[in-house]
Ligand binder design. Structure first.
Ligand code: WTA
Length: 571
């Protein structure tokens, strides 16, 4: 197990003995690690930031190291506490109250992190949105959550259809004062006036913290609602799985518009008091390898698509960098191919540790730990305090090596508490006491879990979850498109790409220009990552007699597989 030994250090791992901890651990005991307020109330922003700012040994440690091509800036825990206090004061002045939904739609920046924490400090619920979203995607999310405030930039404002959003009362703009039109709140101007002290709102563990919108196979995106109680699991997995130690420099590459970018790009690192590196700007192999060296990253959390991109940029580039500060690498979001693990060993002399979880689960659930033997291709074993199983469609547990639904015994700390305003959707995840993930997998005799695929039509492109329904809805808004069916098509680098089948309206003829126009229509109206890379024109989209698009049939035809049961196919 020589590759398990930390390079250049004799540190003990935080989880020395998985099996023993798994037998003995309880979440109730883990709760004792927190500095509960006298009243028994909490606030995750306090636990993550203010607590360290009050510690004379930690207050001047860099909490946030922001790096982008045109801006480098660091904030200590003390500075981050003060800036988030200032923003909390701005929110309070604007009448924002506990439980209000405040959305953030902007690129990663120090202002994003200060305002995100400020939102939590007033007890409001933060809704981070990926900056690449276009008008429709922004509207769907703000409308559904009834957000009362949006924090964005002057550049992104044109994608916010304010006249369609009656609940949206206030918009804060982060930018140069000269770019801020009348009627908007000028972030920098208000911050300059605001006090650096703030009495934060102590909330209950079950009070709302974050809403992340995510996609299913049907309907509009769902607002996955998380509460402050999740902090216990963020903290604990930060120790066991990320193996964070006080002097680590940690880099999570995910954007906070996705759950990884909040749970593991904000909460887990700061609850554990480590320096958190945030990288803005576009991906390039040079910039990424350079970041690892320049900032002496020791723990690195990324995704298979990114690793595959680095891998395909070749070995020559690797030779230009030292890459000797990294001691622990982790992956999430898509299946981690054994090939990528082998690349990791060559480039870093380290194994890449796969972790499995979902927006709905709030935090990691099935993982590979630094001290555990890895079986390349397996997602690992459940974290202590969590029971995972493979169940059938009745919620009955299946024996080892049988494929079925990957399920988690309901009731872990970071579990979502609701799908915003859709109780029946929320209920539909649970069966016989299990949370049923929608992923198919099997468990081997030794308790390792092996991912097989999705059981529904959700697409995973470059680790991003895309709902076919949303893309189809946008496609049929195009004047030339009569019907559309969207599938994920396997792709060596991106995992899957989005392929659309479209039937054209009378009077339209297939041409390169038309297909490009349709693609741009989705890209500009919805989001670049959701625009189909391939569009194929067909006469008709196969549907069931009840009118549901048979994506499964489109997919098996595309892949040249047997068509399966087509008895419900419309004549
Ligand atoms: C997939 C991301 C294989 C899976 C945190 C899941 C994975 C969906 C893995 C959730 C993994 C996540 N191996 N597949 N290690 N991790 N997935 O909600 O299909 O964006 O259901 O959360 O990504 O995606 P989400």
């Amino acid at each position: 197990m020589s590759e398990n030994v930390l390079k250049g250090s004799n540190k003990q791992h935080n989880l020395n003995n998985y099996e023993e901890t798994y037998q003995n651990f309880s979440w109730d005991e883990a709760k004792q690690n927190f500095t509960w307020n006298e009243t028994g109330k909490v606030n995750i922003a306090y636990e993550a930031v203010d607590r360290h700012a009050e510690n004379p040994y930690k207050k001047d440690q860099v909490a946030l190291q922001y790096v982008s091509p045109d801006r480098k800036e660091s904030l200590t825990f003390d500075q981050l506490k003060k800036q988030s206090n200032q923003f909390a004061n701005v929110l309070k002045d604007q009448g924002i109250e506990k439980g209000d939904r405040v959305f953030l739609f902007m690129p990663r920046s120090p202002e994003f992190y200060a305002s995100f924490l400020g939102v939590l400090k007033v007890g409001a619920i933060a809704g981070p949105l990926f900056e690449a979203f276009m008008e429709q995607a922004v509207q769907d999310r703000l409308e559904d959550s009834e957000a009362v405030m949006l924090i964005t930039t002057p550049e992104l404002l044109s994608r916010v259809p304010e006249d369609q959003l009656p609940d949206l009362k206030k918009v804060v703009l982060v930018g140069d004062s000269s770019d801020i039109p009348d009627g908007y709140i000028d972030y920098h101007q208000e911050m300059a006036k605001a006090s650096e002290s703030f009495d934060l709102e102590w909330v209950d563990l079950e009070d709302g913290m974050v809403i992340h919108y995510t996609s299913g196979s049907t309907g509009k995106p769902k607002g996955v609602y998380h509460v402050h109680n999740a902090m216990i699991q963020h903290y604990q997995t930060g120790k066991w799985v990320l193996d964070l130690q006080e002097d680590d420099v940690y880099w999570c590459t995910a954007d906070p518009g996705w759950v990884t970018g909040t749970s593991y790009g904000i909460f887990a690192p700061w609850l554990n008091g480590v320096t958190n590196v945030v990288v803005g700007g576009r991906f390039s192999p040079e910039a990424w390898y350079g970041t690892l060296d320049d900032y002496q990253i020791s723990v690195w959390y990324s995704a298979p698509t990114a690793f595959r991109k680095l891998m395909s940029s070749g070995k020559e580039i690797v030779d230009d960098f030292k890459l000797d500060s990294v001691r622990h690498i982790l992956s999430v979001g898509e299946p981690l191919n054994p090939e990528v693990i082998h690349w990791g060993k060559k480039a870093f002399n380290l194994r890449i540790h796969d972790t499995w979880w979902m927006t709905e689960t709030g935090a990691q659930l099935i993982c590979n730990y630094p001290t555990m033997d890895i079986r390349p291709g397996s997602m690992g074993k459940p974290i202590p305090g969590v029971t995972a199983a493979i169940v059938d469609d009745q919620g009955e547990e299946l024996p080892p090596n049988q494929m079925g639904n990957l399920a988690i015994k309901a009731g872990w700390p970071s579990q979502m508490r609701a799908i915003w305003k859709r109780p029946e959707k929320f209920e539909s995840y649970f069966l016989n006491g299990w949370y049923v993930s929608g992923d198919s997998a099997y468990k081997d005799e030794d308790g390792y879990f092996w991912f097989q695929g999705r059981l529904d039509d959700v697409i995973n492109t470059s680790g991003e979850r895309v709902g076919p329904f949303e893309v189809e809805s946008k496609l049929i808004e195009h004047e030339a498109v009569a019907e559309a069916g969207v599938i994920g098509k396997p792709d060596p680098e991106r995992g899957e790409i989005i392929k659309a089948f479209v039937a054209l309206n009378d009077g339209y003829e297939e041409s390169e220009d038309l297909l490009e126009d349709i693609r741009q229509f989705v890209k500009k109206g919805f989001a670049a990552h959701a625009a189909p890379r391939e569009i194929q024109v067909t006469d008709a989209i196969p549907k069931t007699r009840s009118g549901k698009i048979m994506r499964r049939l489109l997919k098996s035809r595309e892949l040249g597989l047997p068509e399966g049961d087509t008895s419900t196919l419309e004549e």
